[in-house]
Every structure is written in C-alpha cells, then in structure tokens.
Write a protein that binds this ligand. Structure first.
Ligand SMILES: NC(=O)c1ccc[n+]([C@@H]2O[C@H](COP(=O)([O-])OP(=O)(O)OC[C@H]3O[C@@H](n4cnc5c(N)ncnc54)[C@H](O)[C@@H]3O)[C@@H](O)[C@H]2O)c1
Length: 258
C-alpha cells in the first residue's frame, strides 16, 4: 500500500503544469485531493476526469492571494475529508522584465501570488495540522532563488523569500508535528515555461533543445519528475527530511561557472 493512500492533500495551482501532475499523481496513489487554482474550467474538468476513474478529487476556485479564498480551501479539505495531512503550496506566476521596466502591477502580482499566497496557506493550514499533531507543507520554490536568471529579479526574489519562510516555519512549528520541505525545480516543460518563450527570436522547439543540451542530464524536466519527488518528500518515509530544499534541475546547479 502506498503511504499516500488515504492522505488528505491540498494542492494550490493544481490545474496546470507541475500542480496538475501532482494532483493526478496523488489522486492515483490513493490520496484524497483538494486541488485549487484560478482556472475553473480546467479544474472542474480535471476533478471530473479523476473522479470518473474512481479517484477522490475535488476542485475549488481559490486565488491564493486572497485570505478568504485560502481559508475556504483549507476548510473545504477538512469538511470534505475530515483532516488535512499534506499541503503542496505550488501556485506561482512569472513575469519577465528588467527592473528598469518593472511596473508596480507586476511586482504586486508576483509577490502576492508567489509569497503572500504561501504565507496565507501556511497561516491557515498549520493550525489544522498542529491540532492533528501531524502534517507536511511542501512549497514550490525555483532555482531562480539561486541563479541570476536574466529578467527574473522579482520572481527570483519571491522564490528566495519562500525558502526563508519555509526555514523559519520549521523552527516555529515542527516541534508541534508539522514538517516543511521545498522543491526547487529547474527548467520544467509546463505552460509557464512555454509562455516565457514568447518574444524570443527562435521557435520554442529550438529553444527547448538548446536548453536541454545545457543541462548535464541532457533533458528538460517534466511535471511528473516534480510530482514523484513531492510524493516522496511528503510521505512518511521522508519523515526526517525537514526544512530542506530539494533541487530538481538535472544537475544545472553543479555546472562550473565557465
Ligand atoms: N516550469 C518551470 O520551469 C518552473 C521552474 C521553477 C519553479 N516553477 C514553479 O512551479 C510552480 C508551478 O508552475 P508551472 O510551471 O506548473 O506553471 P503553470 O503556469 O503551468 O501553473 C501555475 C498554476 O498556478 C495557478 N495560479 C496562478 N495564479 C494563481 C493564484 N493567484 N491563485 C491560485 N492559483 C494560481 C494557475 O492557475 C496554474 O494552475 C510555480 O510556483 C512556479 O513558479 C516552475
């Protein structure tokens, strides 16, 4: 039996790319999944598809930057399935620009979704987990927290802040049974990545092939690569992994600077 069997899992940004793969992976592993995002059509279709295959999955609209939405998502998981074992705080947005061209609108969007969102998720999920005496929160950060990608200044700052958030939460809340981990993906083939290719002078396929050649493992990541890692990190088998960031980047961070 999978150790995810019967676990109640809340996934934010769960209807596209990495989050969608996690929703499918967890539901198929026997978890009871509440998947949330701002994509109502995609979410409704995903939950319907997984439910029709006999898995437990419900979708709810939730803008993670709105506290009432986040509280309602946590409440829904508890009301529907009786508890909350795992939260994957994964929703994120990317806006590329040089800081000299930054609009405050973009700044607030990136910070509100990528940082305020996980803060609100933690604020509302942790009390439930502490009452249970057990729970795991996994954040999706990015290697943009470690590498100076061009035109990623605010995005990278939002993801680096998430690592600091995760570590401090570990100090405050792990003594009461809550474990914290983060996955830090490199280049993963998702709609977010495809959207970031707009404006480049090469077709997407050529850009992807160039990127793959630069990664030591010679391929880009797929959402399922992240889903498998998250599934392990939140499982009971990973019970001593706490406050850690696991990089999922095919070896990019091992490259020398020349
Ligand atoms: N794709 C990559 O190469 C890559 C690399 C590193 C980190 N990441 C991170 O992985 C996570 C998932 O990204 P992805 O590549 O799957 O992107 P994606 O665009 O395919 O999916 C993003 C998801 O977040 C949701 N979302 C956006 N704004 C939201 C909001 N306000 N409230 C709730 N949900 C919202 C979207 O609806 C969608 O479901 C993000 O945090 C992203 O920063 C991605």
């Amino acid at each position: 039996m999978s150790s995810l069997e019967g676990k109640v899992v809340l996934i934010t940004g769960g209807t596209s790319g990495i989050g969608e793969a996690c929703t499918e992976y967890f539901a198929r592993a026997g978890a009871k999944v509440v998947t949330v995002s701002i994509q109502t059509d995609e979410g409704t279709a995903l939950a319907k598809r997984l439910s029709s295959e006999g898995h437990a999955c419900v979708f709810r609209y939730c803008d993670v930057s709105k506290e009432a939405d986040v509280k309602a998502a946590v409440d829904l998981a508890v009301a529907t399935f009786g508890r909350l074992d795992v939260v994957h705080s994964n929703a994120g947005v990317l806006r590329n620009q040089k800081i000299t061209e930054l609009t405050l609108e973009d700044f607030h969007l990136v910070i509100n979704v990528n940082l305020l969102g996980p803060v609100l998720v933690a604020k509302h999920a942790i009390p439930v987990m502490e009452r249970q005496g057990k729970g795991v929160v996994c954040f999706t950060t990015s290697v943009a927290a470690d590498i100076g990608f061009p035109e990623h200044a605010v995005y990278g700052a939002s993801k680096a802040a998430l690592v600091a958030l995760m570590r401090s939460l570990t100090t405050d809340h792990s003594p009461r049974g809550v474990r914290f981990v983060a996955v830090s993906p490199g280049t993963i083939d998702t709609p977010m990545l495809a959207a970031s290719c707009a404006g480049w002078d090469k077709p997407k396929e050529e850009l992807y092939a160039d990127v793959a050649r630069k990664i030591p493992i010679q391929r880009m990541g797929q959402p399922i690569d992240v889903a498998r890692a998250v599934a392990f990190l939140v499982s009971d088998e990973a019970g001593f992994i706490n406050g850690s960031v696991v990089h999922l980047e095919g070896g990019t961070l091992a490259l020398p600077p020349w």
